[in-house]
Design a binder for this molecule. Sequence first.
Ligand code: PEP
Ligand code: MN
Length: 352
Amino acid sequence: MGTISIQDIRPLNIADSPIIIAGPCSAETEQQTLDAAKALSAGGVKLFRTGIWKPRTMPGSFDGVGDPGLEWLKRVKRETGMFTATEVATVDHVNAALAAGIDIMWVGARTTANPFAMQDIADALRGHDEVTVLVKNPVNPDLDLWIGAIQRILNAGISRVGAVHRGFSSAGEHLYRNDPQWHIPFDLRRLAPGMTILCDPSHIGGKRELVHPLSQQALDMGFDGLMIEVHCDPDHAMSDSTQQITPDELKTILDRLVIRSGVPVEDELALLRQQIDDCDHELLAVLARRMSVSREIGEFKKANNLRVMQPQRYQNVLKNRLAEGERLSLDSDFVRRIMQAIHEESVRQQLD
Ligand code: PEP
Ligand code: MN
């Protein structure tokens, strides 16, 4: 049997447009899982997600209910007729999910980043072309790592493969929990034009209020659907509580989403503007951090009876920044004006 390569992947055979996969970050109890599924199903959602094995950043965090959760998913399927989706990260997970008849298995960002784990998962899936596999982007913004993970699944003879964009980890305070870096899924789209690519606004935004704007943005940019975390009592969710929304909130968002036809899949201008927006968010976050350090320095100077203005220090800073700007091909007048404006504001803050 010939192996499909990513440029030949076909769209998933899911009739909805956009495709909506929704459900709790984690299955916590049988009741919580069933309640969410029934509310979503009543609202017209046909694909149910929930995590049973949760790869958590910190040991000691709730890491999922494990195998018993599969029985709850079987009940969801039986009682609502929804298709079920869960995350797999090991061979044992794949085997247990296969035995439970899970329809869609997704590979999480931490696993996609690990080629050995991906190969093990692919080998465990071999011969099970009935399963749909969604590969989330790796935690780091590395398109090749994402493509490699997808290709390993294809090489195992699985043909129903899609991708989920959930943003990338980055250090520091940002508007988004995971930086979207939209150009990366767009590059994936260019290389795999037929592949179903979903967006996960819950993990990108990390906050409830960002789910709606990010969902609209994703559809405007040509994503084929959304994976959204939904919980009947988000404030008490055992994982990702700040980003989960209620089934009613999801319904409101879905009703409000504007499906624009004729928007080119690769709207270059929208993509470029998005990159500018991302840069501006970062610039402002960095400026806020700089001002806060500057105020701390101001306190230190006051406590130690030092003058706010230290001309020698300022001259050194300016000289270094100009040299750095030159290395980055930035106009030196421009760098000087920015540094002067920043310095003036720092002094003003320290004199406050
Ligand atoms: C999840 O979908 O709950 C999850 C853990 O996602 P990610 O791999 O994107 O962090
Ligand atoms: Mn989650």
